[in-house]
Design a protein around this ligand. Structure first.
Ligand SMILES: *Cc1c(COP(=O)(O)O)cnc(C)c1O
Length: 393
């Protein structure tokens, strides 16, 4: 019997660290959204990444929501957000009744195009408007053009939020992703490089990180005022991470480097065994960056007879999971009314079935496949995947 191969699934430490931290929580009866594991997990993560302040939350989505609030985003504000991403990068903008403006990607990094970002600033400046925040993503662990984007944001004095949900462990120019922006967010969902079963963290890297982090903690714990009775002057949220979940996180953090190494090995394996197939190319590996390779993603040339759905179908027949590249937010029906800024002129739909257009993000979506990248995959598993793909050629 051949085993099912997942795209990416939870991979607990070989040593059982997670169980030890959970046991500690049970022994001390801190089965609550507070306790030693929560505060230690924050300290350990901030130390590992050299981040300002870390706040452990119930999800990466909650972390984005809190980052937006900390950046002062509120009703009617514009937020420039990378279009090629998972919907969780953009949804919290709408939670705050703010207005997302989607920005196209560039070929070099697949992430936000600095050129399109400049265009967006110009366009909105002419309308007398300025965004309240910019949300960039390091998709699949690939580092965005962080220096260029940071410079543009600083020039316009707009806070930068780095969605590092997929890029924990990626290093750019000697620094971890999530520590460049005013705010960085991490996700510990079940499919991420390390998981707590579900959870997230906000990294605050501003000069006033201590106060900002305290404010986020206040919002995330029901906005309770320091009074002997329940006193509230603001709307709060129940977003704090549980002490059990944080125990899993502490154990997982110990094996992060090991997981990154394995993910990079998977990428290199595919590159070596599939890289010569005509029409296939791989996600970019920007210079001066060490990518966590959360998922190994390929692109098929427009004139390649093999289409992404052929690969996904062939793998499914082998009981192997694969996925399309994220469908950009500007092509999603739910965001149909939102503006989209691209460096590509003459935007038009190329594929009626999927709705893909000729923007950079639209084309990455149209031609991409996320290959199975589970860190538990063996060489035999990788060989099985490669063989199924090679047979299509
Ligand atoms: C997973 C993910 C999130 C959301 O994180 P959750 O912990 O699932 O809420 C946000 N952005 C991106 C790019 C993601 O991949």
């Amino acid at each position: 019997m051949k085993q099912h191969i997942f795209l990416a699934s939870p991979h607990m430490s070989e040593e059982g660290y997670e169980q030890q931290y959970i046991q500690e929580a049970f022994d001390t009866n801190w089965i609550a959204p507070l306790g030693r594991n929560v505060t230690e997990f924050e300290k350990e993560m901030a130390a590992k990444l050299s981040a300002g302040k870390a706040v452990a939350l119930s999800a990466g989505t909650a972390a984005i929501h809190m980052a937006l609030k900390a950046a002062g985003v509120s009703q009617g504000d514009f937020v420039f957000c990378q279009s090629l991403t998972f919907s969780a990068s953009a949804n919290p903008i709408v939670y705050e009744k703010a207005v997302p403006v989607f920005i196209d990607s560039e070929e070099d990094t697949w992430n936000m195009s600095p050129e399109a970002l400049e265009l967006a600033f110009c366009k909105y400046e002419k309308l007398g408007k300025k965004p309240k925040a910019v949300v960039i993503v390091h998709l699949y662990g690939i580092c965005a053009k962080i220096n260029e984007i940071k410079e543009i944001c600083e020039q316009h004095e707009v806070p930068l939020i780095e969605d590092a949900a997929e890029s924990l462990g990626t290093v750019c120019q000697g620094r971890y992703t999530g520590t460049f922006g005013d705010y960085g967010i991490i996700s510990f969902n079940g499919n991420k490089i390390i998981t707590t079963s579900g959870g997230g963290m906000l990294l605050v890297n501003t000069e006033d990180a201590v106060e900002k982090a305290a404010k986020v903690l206040y919002w995330a714990t029901q906005a309770r005022e320091p009074a002997p009775w329940y006193q509230h002057t603001e709307i709060g949220y129940n977003y704090r991470m549980s002490n059990i979940v944080a125990g899993i996180g502490r154990g997982q953090l110990k094996v992060l480097d090991r997981r990154v190494e394995k993910k990079r090995y998977i990428f290199e394996y595919y590159h070596k065994h599939l890289g010569n197939l005509p029409g296939i190319s791989f996600m970019p590996m920007p210079e001066n960056a060490y990518c966590n390779c959360w998922l190994s993603v390929i692109q098929l040339a427009g004139d390649c007879a093999v289409r992404p759905k052929d690969i996904m179908r062939a793998l499914e027949a082998e009981d192997v999971e694969s996925r399309p590249v994220w469908k950009p937010m500007h092509l999603q029906p739910v965001f149909a009314a939102c503006d989209f800024v691209s460096q590509v002129q003459d935007l038009h739909i190329m594929d009626e079935e999927t709705g893909a257009d000729n923007s950079v993000s639209g084309q990455l979506f149209a031609h991409g496949v996320c290959m199975p990248s589970d860190s538990k995959m063996t060489d035999e598993d990788l060989q099985r995947v490669c063989q199924a793909v090679q047979e299509l050629w």
